[in-house]
Design a protein around this ligand. Structure first.
Ligand SMILES: Cc1cc2nc3c(=O)[nH]c(=O)nc-3n(C[C@H](O)[C@H](O)[C@H](O)COP(=O)(O)OP(=O)(O)OC[C@H]3O[C@@H](n4cnc5c(N)ncnc54)[C@H](O)[C@@H]3O)c2cc1C
Length: 413
């Protein structure tokens, strides 16, 4: 019997457990999943909460119910991994041995790392929509916001879903226009990057979309402190951005249990991982998926999904003593909600930046172009998440490898 332990029952841990349960009979492998709580949040839904388009109770389900029968589920914290002993030490001091360990502990918000962020004004004038509590508090604040300066600030990279703060700006523009108060509100996007996004073609497109909507873009702003009472973001080089309402995406780290596991993670607590096989570079019996992995690609549910196919294959190859499949290409795919019932889709990987065209082939959803069809795709994705992605079912036509068919170089667009 193989002993497979999976840390985390979020997107990556759940889909991995369910795919492995299908791959192995219950007489071949014991699959144990550990998570510290039983509330599985559909995190893309958090974007819509501040605008009253959904509610936290509509996007949270029990974790245990997303796992197939025959998977052991333990609700307890992980203290650390003892890599040398091949054991996971749980919060109650008990241990779990493993033949294969899959780390899917995601990333955590670290608002306390920014001076003043959680001080006076936090959850009054300064919010984040990256947690259910923050998103719900922001809904209340936005409902009454009818004039002044609304600032959206990314503190530092990496963050989960790097397009979500831009989506927030576009939706805020739409929301304020719908409420008839857009002319009385200055909307500003403040980022540590040197442009609206990380990739050149998408950056130009998204930067243009901010400008069209009269959303000011402030770049290369590294927030050193937040003055919630005075309403000021202050950068390390002493620049200031004033606000009446701030929506902040705090710095992200790997889960603290990784930082407590000597050798397993990098300086931010993300697991050192081979970018093509998803095997830890520290120990061959450890694999990492999703936000927990230190890969040079967006921290996104789509990435987690595409990684899952390769990771599950590689767990089986490792246990059978076969060479690993090094085919994960960094495939990432994001719907970008742009307001007014439209969305844009981007699809890219380690090598290929987001390009115009169609996905997943010559016929399909338009890429790098706002459309109502993409908005419907974004809304439908919640159903796909619970009923197809988490159960570990293949989505017809959508594969781990990024398709080149249907994409065009920008000069051909
Ligand atoms: C506002 C927002 C919008 C987003 N929008 C999109 C989108 O449109 N498209 C997209 O693809 N992605 C989006 N994402 C990102 C996506 O949700 C994440 O990338 C994805 O959920 C990562 O999955 P994961 O399994 O790595 O981590 P998670 O799903 O976060 O799971 C990690 C799990 O590990 C558990 N854990 C951590 N530490 C411990 C411990 N010590 N002991 C026990 N358990 C532990 C946690 O409780 C958690 O359940 C969005 C995220 C946010 C916040």
């Amino acid at each position: 019997m193989h002993q497979i332990v999976i840390l985390g029952a979020g997107t990556g841990g759940t889909l991995t457990a369910n795919r492995l349960r299908r791959a192995y009979g219950s007489d071949e492998a014991v699959i144990t999943v550990v998570d510290q709580d039983d509330a599985h949040v559909y995190q893309p839904g958090l974007l819509f909460v501040p605008f009253g388009l959904t509610h936290p109770e509509d996007i949270i389900r029990p974790r245990g119910r997303q796992l197939h029968p025959g998977i052991e589920y333990r609700t307890t914290g992980v203290d650390h991994v003892d890599v040398a002993e091949r054991a996971v030490v749980l919060a109650d001091g008990s241990t779990l041995g493993y033949d294969v360990l899959v780390v899917a502990t995601g990333s955590v918000l670290a608002p306390d790392e920014t001076e003043g962020l959680t001080g006076p004004g936090w959850m009054e004038k300064v919010f984040t929509f990256y947690s259910p509590e923050g998103a719900a508090g922001l809904e209340e604040a936005l409902r009454w916001f009818d004039h002044g300066r609304l600032v959206v600030n990314v503190i530092d990279m990496p963050i989960k879903c790097p397009v979500a703060p831009l989506e927030f700006c576009f939706l805020a523009d739409w929301f304020l226009r719908e409420n008839g108060v857009r002319d009385a509100v200055d909307l500003t996007y403040v980022t540590p990057l040197d442009a609206a996004f990380t990739k050149p073609v998408a950056s130009r497109k998204l930067g243009g979309m901010l400008a069209e909507r009269d959303i000011e873009l402030v770049t290369e702003f590294n927030t050193g402190s937040v003055d919630g009472i005075g309403g000021r973001l202050v950068s390390y080089d002493d620049r200031e951005v004033p606000f009446d309402l701030a929506v902040v995406i705090p710095a992200h780290n790997g889960a603290p249990c990784i930082a407590r596991s000597p050798g397993l993670g990098d300086e931010l607590g993300f697991v050192l991982t081979d970018e093509h096989t998803l095997q830890s570079t520290v120990a061959p019996e450890i694999f990492a998926i999703g936000d927990a992995a230190s890969l040079p690609i967006s921290k996104a549910g789509s990435v987690t999904h595409f990684e899952g196919e390769v990771l599950v294959e590689n767990v089986q190859r490792f246990l059978a003593g076969r060479p690993l499949d090094a085919s994960y290409d960094g495939h990432a795919n994001c719907f970008i909600e742009t307001g007014f019932h439209k969305a844009m889709l981007i699809d890219f990987n380690y090598e290929v930046e987001p390009l115009p065209g169609h996905f997943p082939g010559g016929v399909g959803l338009p890429l790098m172009k706002e459309s109502h069809l993409n908005h419907l795709g974004k809304l439908m994705f919640q159903w796909v998440y619970w009923h197809s992605l988490l159960p570990g079912r293949d989505i017809p036509g959508i594969h781990s490898a990024m398709p080149l068919a249907g994409k065009r170089q920008p000069s051909d667009a």
